[in-house]
Design a protein around this ligand. Structure first.
Ligand code: ARG
Length: 486
């Protein structure tokens, strides 16, 4: 393409002709890379090669990257200011056209990079043809993908704040609500619902921190690495880094175009995070069963059964629980794509984007659904408290009393308590309902003071150790969390 006048107004020449086409064509029928090719690619070649079906999601990032690149080329005197201005004008129009649904996506233009550039050349001619100076699709795609991932991380972070806020609001409200704490899903010791929810606050906050940490390694600029070796043009990679909000240019051009560990790490973080959401989701499923009755599912986040009119199903929670499979599948898939790839770019790496896009879509939906469920959270605190007293849940409190008041070694106290529990079990009563003389038959020095520690409320209130379940602790933790989310 040499004459700007030839570049306007002709659309679609290379649209349909796979056989006689000339490589990846622009809409003037001129190939982007077909200079040394005689015949064009077969239809199957185009089909397996094209990534436009999914990488069109990168159009914003592609255009932003091209603007930064062309601004830098002009500043460095590699293209004229007039060319830069024409390129920027053209790119704005390409963006507007894509957003208006006017861009026709075609397999023969392979990917989003060639679609944008091809249309730019139609719009602004030679200036557009100068855009690709000192650049390759290899550094271009790595740049676009990093920008996209960074934006995704930022959106997920915002979503996390909403979810964590909903969790903390409930934790504050239920700071003193007693429920059974479990180990092995057997009643262990009473805890508060607020404490249980704050456990998820901690877990999910670590996921959020992992995302932020991963963002640091995402936010490095590959642009200017060109195909793999750098370029002979006097480019300024610091300038494009700053323009695109990257922390720094990547130090090694081969690494810059080959590295996908930012995506692998991101998917790994999403996998861990999805595992955590699945645990909370599972507790919602469990708590909403008629065996537990800890929770009433809201209309907004449950469904009915087509045959059993009494049913209310926790579908949203079940699907959050399930999505981890797809997210981990995406992570595994990309690990396998990258395994054993030699430096530098290989086309295999085109398969990096779909798993990330899919995992982000799935995970964002999980966060939104979990936020909704937490906002609609309606526990039955009475049922929880009743259940908290079952299973001799204050047995440890009795053992601790024997240590504290009678000075028994803990192991002996454990043994005495076991015998007391056995007696309560024989009589079919809770520990707090066992008569004093029955306890004294096991250990004569036990006094009526012991009843002060055998209720579930006394049990949780006594657990004031740092990080313990005492309502005062939980309230303070929830308040501090609320502050930090502001
Ligand atoms: N669509 C390609 C990808 O996603 C862009 C890079 C193409 N580079 C190349 N040398 N063919 O990876």
């Amino acid at each position: 393409m040499s004459d700007q006048n030839n570049n306007t107004g002709q659309k679609g020449k290379a649209d349909t002709d796979h056989i006689n086409g000339n490589g990846a064509a622009n809409s003037q029928g001129q190939s982007m890379w077909g200079g040394r090719f005689g015949g064009g690619p077969s239809a199957i070649m185009q089909e397996i090669n094209a990534s436009i079906g999914f990488d069109k999601r990168l159009y914003r990032e592609d255009i932003a990257g091209s603007k930064a690149h062309s601004a830098m080329l002009a500043k460095a005197g590699i293209i004229s200011d007039a060319d830069r201005d024409a390129i920027h004008r053209g790119l704005d129009q390409v963006k507007a056209e894509i957003e208006a649904g006017q861009m026709e996506f075609r397999a023969e233009l392979e990917d989003i990079h060639m679609h944008v550039e091809s249309r730019l050349r139609e719009l602004v001619g030679d200036a557009g043809a100068r855009l690709h100076t000192g650049r390759s699709r290899n550094d271009q795609v790595a740049t676009d993908f990093r920008l996209w991932t960074r934006a995704a991380i930022d959106q997920l972070d915002t979503a996390y704040v909403e979810l964590l806020s909903a969790i903390v609001t409930n934790a504050e409200q239920y700071a003193g609500a007693v429920m059974p704490g479990f180990t092995h899903l057997q009643t262990a010791q009473p805890v508060t619902l607020g404490h249980h929810l704050m456990a998820y606050y901690e877990m999910l906050s670590r996921d959020r921190a992992r995302l932020a940490d991963c963002r640091k390694r995402v936010n490095e600029n590959p642009l200017g690495a060109a195909a793999l070796a750098g370029t002979s043009f006097p480019i300024d990679r610091h300038m494009t880094s700053e323009a695109l909000g990257f922390d720094r240019p990547m130090a090694n051009s081969l690494d810059a175009v080959s590295a996908r560990d930012f995506a692998l790490e991101f998917l790994s973080v999403l996998t861990i995070s999805a595992v955590h959401l699945s645990r909370l989701a599972d507790e919602i499923v469990l708590w909403a069963t008629s065996a537990f009755r800890f929770l009433k599912l809201s209309d907004g986040f449950s469904t009915g059964s087509s045959i059993m009119p009494q049913k209310r199903n926790p579908d949203a929670a079940e699907l959050v629980r399930a999505k981890v499979g797809r997210i981990m599948g995406a992570q595994n898939g990309l690990m396998m794509v990258m395994k054993g790839l030699p430096l530098a770019y290989s086309k295999d790496m085109q398969e990096d984007k779909e798993p990330v896009f899919k995992a982000v879509d799935d995970f964002a939906l999980c966060l939104a659904a979990m936020t909704g469920m937490m906002q609609d959270f309606r526990p039955d605190t009475e049922a929880m408290k009743r259940a908290a007293g079952l299973g001799f849940s204050t047995a440890t409190d009795l053992a601790d009393w024997l240590v504290r008041v009678l000075g028994l070694p803990f192991r002996d106290a454990h043994h005495v308590t076991g015998a007391v529990v056995k007696e309560a079990e024989n009589r079919g009563v809770d520990l707090s309902d066992l008569p004093l003389d029955a306890m004294q038959a096991v250990e004569p020095r036990i006094t009526a003071d012991v009843f002060n520690v055998l209720t579930v409320d006394a049990s949780v209130s006594s657990r004031t150790s740092f990080g313990g379940t005492a309502p005062a602790n939980v309230l303070a933790a929830a308040k501090a969390a609320k502050e930090s989310l502001k």
